[in-house]
Design a binder for this molecule. Sequence first.
Ligand code: FO1
Length: 322
Amino acid sequence: MTVAVLCGGVGAARFLSGLAGVHPPTDTVGIVNTADDTVMHGLSISPDIDTITYTLAWAIDPERGWGLSEESWRVMDALARYLPVRPRASGAAATWFKLGDRDLATHLYRTARLAEGATLSEVTAEICRAWGVHQRLLPMCDETVSTVVHLATEDIDVPFQEYFVQRRHAVPVSAVRFAGTDTARPTRAVLTALRGAELVAIAPSNPLVSIGPIRALGGIDELLAARRDSVVAVSPIVGGAALKGPADHMLAELGHEPSVVGVARLYAPIAATLVIDPVDAHHAAAVEAAGMRAIVAESVMSTPAVAHSLASTVLSAVRLPS
Ligand code: FO1
């Protein structure tokens, strides 16, 4: 049985890691948001793909949730020398987005291969192979799609990483858009995986800026809606708070309820089932009123055992042909 998982970063990485304990990795396909991708120092960086790859390779830094463990930062430290001399408008030698010395190798490889004409899908498969990752990771598309965040107070548009990392997602947002979705297309591999998988899971990732860009690609929502009975989402909101990142206040700022009910309203058109944590059990009736079946299961993946059990719950949420 093939399972396809719509993925953002950390939550998806932990979910896929849990799934690996209960389902054959070679029958798992992760479809990964690339609208957080950025270019720093001329290097192409795909944060969600890298977070998932490093997690599945047991190489992620567990505290940060991004980048490699046992990392060193000599290049970043050396870059700081140039900050005082760069012209006012220059973004050169940016040190606010930290690239570890070993992590840099991944971005150097990706950038060189893209410059040779390889697609992001091809390079991602190569990087996964190099790290011994057996799950198939598919970027949502091969074209550039970029999340642009409108900051309410400053009344300006900024690229996602300037909001998320540079401003520590601590400023209010009044709109989000995904530049490039008018021409980008989900790859054939993504469409084939979503059509062929017996079960599609939506990982506990930010519904607006992690799952949102995947849904914004032409045809994805229609495809999921047509098979919604076998689509199972896991809420990234537990007890009204995001497990990681800005999903809770972003939901509120963009007019959604920052709760499992708000998540259910967003996913009801494309998924029949929502897994919610026991602390939200009292919202089960409201989730069902929003159009989704609620399954209550521990979903804070603080240990591998919880991640395994959450993945098992998702697998058993859909009655599959034997
Ligand atoms: N997140 C941070 O909070 N600070 C960083 O300096 C940072 C650098 C970074 C470098 C490579 C990479 O693959 C990811 C990195 N992240 C960093 C994480 C990432 O930007 C976000 O977690 C995601 O975009 C949100 O899913």
